[in-house]
Design a protein around this ligand. Structure first.
Ligand code: MN
Length: 131
């Protein structure tokens, strides 16, 4: 079980990702803006942040930089989720310091396991639940 902060400003997507990660056994908290994300990360100290790149107040790169600039949140893995599924985006995201990159639309069947691949092994539960 991991503490996961899911950031998405589109309600249906936030609901879906929250459902998939909760069903896998994780403790999920949601945020819909960049400012909320930075505040929630400091308070929750999640094991991972799943971050939509397109947010109303900040873009995902600014959010990532804010998290990395704070010693409390600097080491938290951050996986980018973006509709900009174009050639080069993945490389750009990883070069910017994201720990992973997922294009939208997400694949419900594999989403929890994909997120868990960025967690330390003891925090992974999706595979054992499926078995
Ligand atoms: Mn968005």
């Amino acid at each position: 079980m991991a503490k996961i902060l899911v950031v998405e400003d589109y309600p249906d997507n936030l609901t879906l990702m929250t459902y998939l990660l909760t069903a896998a056994g994780h403790e999920v908290r949601g945020a819909t803006t960049g400012r909320q994300t930075v505040a929630a990360a400091r308070e929750q100290l999640p094991d991972i942040v799943v971050l939509d790149i397109q947010l109303p107040d900040m873009d995902g790169y600014q959010v990532l930089n804010a998290l990395r600039a704070d010693a409390q949140t600097a080491a938290i893995p951050v996986v980018a989720v973006t509709a900009y599924a174009m050639v080069g985006d993945r490389d750009d995201a990883l070069a910017a310091g994201f720990d992973g990159y997922l294009p939208k639309p997400i694949t419900p069947r594999t989403f929890a396991r994909t997120i868990e691949s960025h967690l330390r092994a003891p925090l992974r539960v999706a595979e054992t639940r499926e078995a």
